[in-house]
Ligand binder design. Structure first.
Ligand code: HEM
Length: 413
């Protein structure tokens, strides 16, 4: 039996080793198209080990989904990114339950869920619609525009501001700061300068907002979090701040990238997206297939809390384990012809895109709502569109997948 963790490659009829399988999440060539590597990982090394960088990885749908549920043996408490810098520099500023284990995680998640309710999210639909139209109309009128800077890069952070109750005049500045918080250089967050400074400015702003709301409540999420209570237990200001920061880090860029990936893959599959441009009521099929085919949150990490055996190999306690979400979503064992972008699949309940188990994305409903509304408004105004193949710019990151710039040319109705 071949060594399932082998990074050495495949053997052909006992001949010399050829085409070694190397998985390096920092590699720019890998970012261009990670899917051939994911396929090889699933087929040749379902438990992969890269001792040089220092991680293990699970790539099959069944393994990734099981791992999400295995939150006692696979810990989130040392961060959920391969790159320790991704959350490390901000860790002293915030207490985020994304990177905690139960029972600490569950206490905070439950308290936050008292304020961040499905009903509050659904009630945002009208504002999301207004904002989408406000960004889309001037952009579409110009015929050619950058989808990221005009629409996709604005909507998610403005929706987060709307939720929290940030006054209108401050929102553009908060968007600028949030972009700097996740700014990347060579696939690594630009930690020392802009990122940390922007985090501090953003946190100071939110801190003042919490103090104001403590004195005088409104009907926003910030006020609801101050009032959230379970059996006398309440969130501290620091914990509310942690959640606000988590929304900015986990909910902003991922949704921007989802909107970008939808336009990119629709543009590359005109026959598929035509079904939605002809019938915008089918927009959710476009969103769901994009979430499967090229999801914006590709990789999350865990740390093994104990020795765990996968595919006959024991991974010792204390090791970094990557869960390859992007690969799970392309597993032919779960999705027929998984490498085909096919609008109209019924795959929602099988997607790995929002994680699983106790850390399942708290904002999945909001992300879907935003994408459905914005893309439906786009589809109902656009007859055809194409992506400018020379102008797009991919973000290089070990976990986030999508575009920093995506110029498109549209034919409106
Ligand atoms: C967790 C993906 C949008 C808030 C997660 C996780 C994934 C994910 C994979 C699990 C992480 C883990 O298990 O370590 C995405 C994607 C999004 C998106 C692909 C957009 C397309 C949002 C939005 C918000 C949000 C809009 C809120 C405004 C959260 C929170 C958690 C989380 C709070 C932590 C949950 C916990 O630890 O219990 N997200 N997310 N996400 N997400 Fe999202």
């Amino acid at each position: 039996m071949p060594d399932p963790t082998s990074a050495a490659g495949t053997e052909t009829n006992g001949a010399a080793l050829i085409d070694p399988l190397v998985f390096n999440p920092y590699d720019y060539d890998f970012h261009e198209d990670p899917y051939p590597t994911y396929r090889r990982l699933r087929e040749e090394a379902p438990l992969y080990h890269n001792p040089d960088i220092g991680f293990w990885a699970l790539s099959r749908h069944s393994d990734v989904q099981e791992a999400f549920k295995d939150n006692t043996r696979l810990s989130s408490a040392n961060g959920v990114s391969l790159d320790p810098a991704a959350y490390g520099p901000h860790a002293h500023l915030v207490m985020s339950f994304l990177a905690m284990d139960d029972p600490r995680h569950m206490r905070l998640r439950q308290l936050v869920s008292r304020g961040f309710t499905p009903r509050r999210v659904t009630a945002l639909g009208g504002r999301i619609h207004e904002l989408s139209v406000q960004y889309l109309e001037p952009a579409l009128a110009s015929g050619e525009f950058d989808w990221i800077s005009e629409v996709a890069g604005k909507l998610p952070m403005d929706v987060i501001s709307e939720l929290m109750g940030v006054p209108q005049p401050d929102r553009a500045e908060l968007r600028r700061l949030a972009d700097l918080v996740v700014h990347r250089e060579d696939g690594v967050l630009d930690v020392p300068q802009a990122s940390v400074e922007s985090s501090i400015t953003l946190m100071t702003y939110y801190k003042e907002m919490i103090e104001q709301r403590r004195k005088s409540r409104t009907d926003d999420l910030t006020s609801a979090l101050l009032d959230a209570e379970i059996d006398g237990d309440k969130l501290s200001d620091q914990e509310i701040l942690g959640f606000m920061f988590l929304m900015v880090v986990a909910g902003n860029e991922t949704t921007t990238k989802l909107l970008g990936n939808a336009l990119y893959w629709g543009g590359h599959n005109p026959g598929q997206v035509a079904q939605v441009l002809d019938d915008p009521e089918r927009v959710s099929e476009w969103v769901e297939e994009t979430l499967r085919y090229d999801t914006s949150s590709q990789i999350v990490a865990r740390t093994t809390a104990v020795d765990i055996e996968y595919h006959g190999v024991t991974v010792p306690a204390g090791e970094k384990m990557l869960l390859l979400i992007g690969s799970a979503n392309r597993d032919d064992d779960m999705f027929e012809d998984a490498d085909e972008y096919r609008i109209g699949r019924d795959s929602t309940n099988k997607l790995a895109s929002f994680g699983g188990g106790v850390h399942f994305c708290l904002g999945a409903h909001l992300a879907r709502l935003e994408a459905n509304i914005a893309l439906k408004e786009f589809a109902s105004r656009v007859r055809e569109y194409e992506v400018d193949e020379t102008g797009f710019e991919r973000v290089h990151s070990t976990n986030v997948r999508g575009f920093a710039a995506l110029p498109v040319k549209v034919q409106v109705r």
